[in-house]
Design a protein around this ligand. Structure first.
Ligand code: ADP
Ligand code: 5GP
Length: 200
């Protein structure tokens, strides 16, 4: 008799690293190349969209009032004002749970404080910290991206110095010198966990 395949349980993957270290670039490529059922959790933010960013795809862009309302409802697994400029970012509980229910591996691309908060709530996480290898390289990527004023670049570098202190709290360190190599490394680690889950 035929039986339906038993759905494999989903996983939550946390991905942090200084702004400008290449997280979005690497994750975009990872989603394209890795055969696992990966899903990027789309966060809510009050920051305005950058050129080319799409609502519902890059972020759910919401007003401060809407963000506050959802925060008061307890809709966020974690949320945080990043960079001290009054821009809020948050991971919706429903996004994570819906993904897990469908057996997806849900990726949270969140800052270090948000990651610590999720680590306190769940102990089944795969955690990655990505950085470009040096501050000089980070500066050059932030400047090259041309999305931030010189002041904002300095602020992001200051935050990056603080964030690096949390590196040891993550299971995996990825140095993104080359996008393809970083993607291969992450994909290899995830596949090992997929094999481990099958044999559990
Ligand atoms: P983040 O999402 O961490 O803020 P981005 O993905 O926006 O970072 O990358 C910042 C800039 O660095 C972008 O202009 C991107 O094209 C570039 N970049 C990303 N990875 C690399 C790499 N391995 N080598 C050189 N430049 C990179
Ligand atoms: P950006 O403005 O460059 O898109 O993102 C700025 C920072 O906010 C990045 O470090 C990113 O990881 C973080 N971030 C994005 N979404 C969330 C979220 O939902 N929660 C938290 N805590 N940080 C987030």
């Amino acid at each position: 008799m035929w039986s339906d395949p038993v759905p494999q349980p989903g996983k939550v993957i946390v991905f942090s690293g200084p702004s400008g270290s290449g997280k979005s670039t690497v994750l975009r490529e990872l989603l394209r190349r890795c055969q696992l059922p990966l899903q990027l959790s789309v966060s809510c933010t009050t920051r305005p969209p950058r050129r080319g960013e799409v609502d519902g795809q890059d972020y759910h862009f919401v007003t401060k009032e809407e963000f506050e309302r959802r925060k008061a409802e307890g809709a966020f697994l974690e949320c945080k004002e990043v960079f001290g400029r009054g821009d809020w970012y948050g991971t919706l509980r429903t996004t994570v749970q819906d993904g897990l229910d469908r057996g997806q591996w849900v990726i949270l691309e969140i800052d270090v404080e948000g990651a610590m908060s999720v680590m306190e709530q769940r102990d089944d996480l795969l955690t990655f910290f990505i950085h470009p290898g040096s501050e000089q390289e980070l500066r050059s990527r932030l400047e090259g991206r041309s999305t931030d004023s010189p002041d904002a670049v300095e602020r992001r570098l200051e935050v990056a110095r603080q964030e690096l202190l949390a590196l040891s709290r993550y299971k995996y360190e990825i140095i993104n010198r080359n996008v393809d190599e970083a993607v291969d490394q992450i994909c290899g680690i995830l596949e090992q966990h997929a094999i481990g889950a099958e044999h559990a």
